[in-house]
Design a binder for this molecule. Structure first.
Ligand code: GRF
Length: 200
């Protein structure tokens, strides 16, 4: 059984895609041992509850310092002891000590074709605004391993999405989520669960 911890910050649509595909069996032999949000208001926590997945909020507001917050997150992960950590719409920088401890066992979904529109400042809607500003005809999403540099780790999977005439950032984000993110993130987890992609 592959035990995964999913880190979230917002709406949780990628989490929803993962939970649904575990329930349908498209992602085999996998259990979400915990959903951890840095934000009490994240609807992702509601989605976790709706699917019976344990939800936790580890928020900087509850800690004296950034170091204490990092320790709180690291301790929760130690308690859950996942095989794999999935960043699904997670907007916090993962502490280096966690990245070291879970080397090549943390994956992230980025809503662009890395290296395009990635790195500091490129998250959420900003990614799609930049893609439209540049006038690219194709964009998409990327699943990659997480290392100490933002959006820099080994690329695992990518999926292209067409940019359409008149697209707003919101319309493009929706298409990238529906046609790419919600497809390749569960697919990579299924590949890991089947043993077809080695982690660690
Ligand atoms: C979205 O912008 C998505 O493209 C990116 O994180 C944001 C929220 O995703 N991965 P989610 O709905 O919380 O999964």
């Amino acid at each position: 059984m592959l035990k995964i911890a999913v880190l979230v910050s917002g709406g949780g649509t990628n989490l929803e895609a993962i939970l649904k595909k575990i329930e349908s069996g498209e992602i085999p032999d996998t259990e979400v041992v915990g959903v951890i949000s840095n934000n009490y208001g994240a609807y992702a926590l509601e989605r976790a509850k709706n699917h019976g997945a344990p939800g936790f909020c580890i928020s900087p507001v509850d800690y004296e310092s950034r170091d204490d917050f990092h320790k709180g997150l690291s301790d929760k992960l130690d308690e859950l002891a996942p095989d794999l950590i999935v960043l699904a719409g997670c907007l916090i920088k993962i502490p280096d000590e966690v990245i070291k401890k879970y080397k090549r066992r943390i994956i992230n979904i980025h809503p662009a074709l890395i290296p395009a529109f990635s790195g500091p400042g490129f998250y959420g809607l900003k990614v799609h605004e930049a893609a439209l500003d540049r006038g690219v005809k194709l964009t998409g999403a990327t699943v990659h391993f997480v290392d100490e540099i933002l959006d820099n780790g080994e690329i695992i999977a990518q999926k292209c999405v067409e940019v359409k005439k008149g697209d707003t950032p919101e319309a493009l984000q929706k298409r990238v989520m529906e046609e790419a993110e919600w497809v390749i993130l569960p697919a990579v987890i299924a590949e890991i669960a089947r043993g077809d992609l080695k982690i660690g």
